[in-house]
Ligand binder design. Structure first.
Ligand SMILES: [Zn+2]
Length: 285
């Protein structure tokens, strides 16, 4: 085990200290005056708001596969996420907890309370365990129960006006990937293919996903599959900055975007996650 753990960033610590709710009368008054003077809201103090421009256009990153403490195997507190998003210019994330949907709406409420709704977008999603592996639904209003067939899961997602995303679909070592037979059966209903996942057993399975998506002319995206705060934004689609609050807006942003990311060997990533959990025990809040 290495002795040097991940360094704690002052910005993240600052984000943790600023409790978004409830907003005091003093803060409301400060924010009102601040708005008149064109200053950022009080919750932005101490946060690093990284704005990136390319050839005169403000760009942002989108990470469409993130877990939070709502997942059984993740401890990332929702309130810590907005500060990290600003810091990494990851202005759109999809919250895709295992068989849970409530993380997305809860994070949206926190972002709104922090006065950051015009800077950060949260897509409410769910990584759903079907009877034949996992599928992601985006823009969901309600939780979809696990255990349905892939076809029924797709039907539930579409009934809510959501988008079907195929994540880590081509890595044979991913235990919960959607079975290849099921992928073929529902192929016509897939809206987005994750062609960069940071946690595959081998990066080449991302290329396979990319080829599959291109053959079908489907939009491609990236997902960090983050299970710690610092993993969020490790895979991204870079695209011109905008608010993403609908399936149409997301698809438009993907069409103009470029998929990229950092791949980490899953064994190393698992060790790092355990180290971060261990470290977290001793962190002062
Ligand atoms: Zn996942």
């Amino acid at each position: 085990m290495t002795r040097s753990g991940p360094r704690r960033s002052p910005d993240v610590t600052a984000a943790r200290r600023t409790t978004p709710m409830p907003v005091s009368v003093v803060h409301q008054a400060q924010d009102f005056v601040g708005k008149v003077l064109g200053r950022p809201p009080h919750t932005m103090r101490g946060l690093q708001n990284n704005v990136v421009w390319r050839q005169g256009v403000q760009v942002m990153r989108m990470d469409l596969h993130c877990h939070t403490a709502v997942s059984h195997d993740c401890r990332t507190a929702l309130r810590d996420i907005p500060g990290w998003m600003l810091r990494t210019n990851t202005r759109v994330i999809a919250v895709t907890d295992h068989d849970q949907q409530r993380g997305g709406p809860e994070l949206q409420a926190i972002v709104a309370d922090m006065g950051l709704a015009d800077r950060l977008s949260v897509v409410p999603g769910e990584e759903i365990t079907t009877s034949e592996g996992e599928l992601i639904g985006l823009f969901l209003h309600e939780r979809i129960p696990p255990g349905l067939t892939p076809e029924d899961t797709v039907r539930e997602i579409k009934a809510q006006g959501g988008l079907v995303m195929l994540q880590h679909g081509f890595d044979p070592l991913k235990r919960y990937r959607l079975r290849p037979e099921a992928t073929v059966r529902i192929a016509d209903h897939i809206d987005i293919v994750e062609t960069f996942n940071s946690r595959l057993s081998q990066h080449r399975w991302n290329h396979t996903a990319d080829e599959w998506a291109r053959a079908r002319r489907l939009p491609t995206c990236a997902g960090s599959d983050a299970h710690t705060l610092r993993d969020i934004g490790e895979a991204w689609v870079e695209t011109p900055f905008r608010t993403v609050d609908s399936p149409a807006a997301l698809l438009a942003a993907l069409r103009e975007g470029t998929v990229a990311g950092k791949w980490t060997h899953p064994v190393y990533a698992y060790g790092r996650k355990q180290w971060r959990f261990f470290n977290q025990q001793f962190r002062r809040d």
